[in-house]
Write a protein that binds this ligand. Structure first.
Ligand code: NA7
Length: 534
């Protein structure tokens, strides 16, 4: 029984990350809005991920909001690629500047959603006993918010700390004199490890799959560059939506296969030195679509690793060979490969000799025990579906979302799920997600959702749903475009193969943001094709 009185609002927003904050701002001009947030502060990803070295991998001048001209003119980023404290500060600034805090209830996670088909309202129940009845729910729950921690036995026996990077203590951790074990060599691990290695007595890296990593070229933001952006923001924001989400890289018109070896080397070296993260992925037109073109870039990076890392055995162990570059998100680092030249860093291959258990001394693989004081897991996330599946969501006919998605997510445009009316997802499964720049594209999805909600009132409807046929059509589209890229050749959170036993197939839309927006707008303009309104 809820002890608090039942409240009624128009819209409940779940999550006060960057998309959730904008959703509050965008919707509350015309609607009453309440936002529930699990954390005790705003910022979502940039609230939770406070591990050492946490930093955005897209330039801050573009990884920022574009909805308010004054905001983008007045805000200054100290570096090209901002660190977590600056991003969290920005989220708080936006919450204050636009007066969003009175709509946000912190430390109050949504636990249950139930749709009342008689009234076309959602009943929202939270961890703090709130019960809100609303017409629409906008779930901005985050694509990467539920940590994946492999279930090795013996966790209770290990006397030291075991930390996941997304649950980092606000006060930080002093690694001085510590023997640190680090599991996970994705984007997160690559950012955190070089900093931890500088403090720790010893760092043992447990690597299952080596990563392709290119240097970020981070540096203090140049005033002239900032001014150039500020003088030209509107077209630049539009360009972000017209590319695959990063406008600060150059998109060439030549294939790798049409260049001579010398030309390729020159282009790739320029890309590596470009200080524009991700440039290697678009060094040629076909890096993301042609295995032979892709392999040219892979070998370039392997040779970089061989030239940076002194110990040839360690260098070879760090060379990715089993998947194409860009098949998983390219890692953007600051001194990652160089770190392996330190005397206090050891690399252990846990692909051939897997981790078996935590022990009273540290971590045991199938071959050896490693004595440790602290273990850090940067083992990724139950991505895309995890945050929705953990909420008890009951749609039409008592169907639970977790049951409907037991074999993998089904959505229409990544925005709605058939049988769960009036529930919109931002950056949900089968949207472009991290394949585009998430603040700008999150704004776009919120605007699209706000338009759909406005049309409901205009057209006199109270329920919008989608259909299994529309979901099947979208699944075909998501799969078809994924077949055109190299993503299918890598195991990653894009295709649910980062977690053993997770089902779902391809969960990211890699057809490009321009095509995604055209299809989403087209559905609306085509009389809400694929939707059912009543
Ligand atoms: P990622 O990219 O999913 O990386 C997780 C890492 O953890 C990766 O190296 C995994 O190896 C490793 N991992 C996961 N499970 C295990 C087990 N059981 N044993 C050993 N190693 C394991 O997560 P990140 O947090 O780094 O980055 C997520 C996104 O944040 C990133 O894509 C950017 O968009 C920002 P694997 O490669 O699966 O073999």
């Amino acid at each position: 029984m809820d002890s608090k009185p039942v409240e009624t609002v128009d819209v409940v927003v779940i999550g006060a990350g960057f998309s959730g904050l904008y959703a509050i701002h965008r919707l509350r001009g015309e609607h009453s809005v309440v936002c529930f947030e699990a954390g005790d502060g705003v910022g979502g990803t940039w609230y939770w991920n406070r591990y050492p070295g946490a930093r955005v991998d897209i330039q801050s001048v573009e990884y920022s909001y574009g909805f308010d001209e004054d905001l983008q003119q007045e805000w200054s980023w100290p570096e090209y690629f901002s660190a977590q404290p600056d991003l969290e500060r920005y989220a708080n600034h936006v919450a204050d500047r636009f007066g969003l805090r009175d709509a946000i209830r912190l430390s109050n996670p949504v636990q249950r959603l139930r749709f009342d088909a008689d009234t076309n309202h959602w009943h929202v129940h939270t961890g703090r006993g709130d019960h809100v009845v609303c017409r629409y729910v906008v779930a901005a729950t985050g694509a990467l918010s539920i940590p994946n921690v492999p279930a090795w036995p013996g966790r209770d026996r290990f006397p030291g700390k075991i930390l996941h990077t997304t649950e980092w203590p606000r006060e930080g951790i002093d690694f001085s004199g510590q023997r640190v074990g680090f599991i996970g060599t994705g984007s997160t691990g690559i950012q955190a490890m070089p900093i931890i290695a500088e403090q720790a007595d010893h760092l043992t890296v447990f690597q299952r799959t080596p990563a392709y990593c290119m240097p970020s070229g981070n540096r203090p933001l140049d005033a002239a560059y900032e001014a150039e952006w500020k003088a030209d923001y509107t077209p630049r924001r539009q360009r972000i939506l017209q590319t695959w989400g990063v406008s600060t890289i150059e998109y060439p018109s030549y294939s790798a296969l049409d260049c001579t070896p010398e030309q390729r080397e020159e282009i790739l070296e320029k890309g590596w030195q470009s200080k524009s993260a991700f440039q290697l992925l678009v060094a040629f037109t076909d890096v993301q679509t042609d295995r032979a073109a892709n392999e040219i870039v892979c070998e370039f990076v392997r040779n970089k690793i061989r030239s940076i890392v002194h110990d040839p055995v360690v260098a070879e162990r760090l060379c990715p060979t089993t998947y194409p570059i860009g098949g998983k998100r390219l890692c953007i680092g600051n001194g990652y490969y160089e770190m392996y030249n330190r005397d206090n860093v050891t690399l252990v291959d846990v692909r051939s000799v897997p981790i078996v258990e935590f022990t009273e001394n540290g971590l045991r693989t199938a071959e050896a025990e490693y004595p440790l004081d602290v273990i850090v897991t940067a083992t990724g996330f139950d991505a895309l579906t995890g945050s929705m599946m953990r909420i008890d969501i009951e749609g039409l006919g008592g169907v639970k979302l977790a049951d409907k998605w037991a074999e993998g997510p089904t959505t229409y445009l990544g925005a709605m799920v058939a049988g769960f009316p009036n529930l919109f997802m931002i950056h949900g499964p089968m949207t472009p997600g991290a394949q585009a720049q998430m603040i700008t594209t999150g704004e776009w999805q919120v605007n699209w959702t706000a338009g759909v909600i406005a049309d409901m009132a205009r057209d006199g409807y109270t329920r919008i749903d989608t259909t299994p046929d529309a979901e099947a059509w979208w699944a075909d589209e998501v799969n078809a475009v994924s077949m055109a890229t190299v993503h299918r050749f890598a195991d990653s959170w894009y295709n649910a193969r980062n977690i053993e036993g997770k089902k779902g197939g391809f969960m990211i839309y890699v057809g490009g943001f321009p095509r995604y927006t055209a299809l989403s707008n087209g559905a609306v303009q085509d009389g809400y094709k694929g939707f059912v309104r009543s």
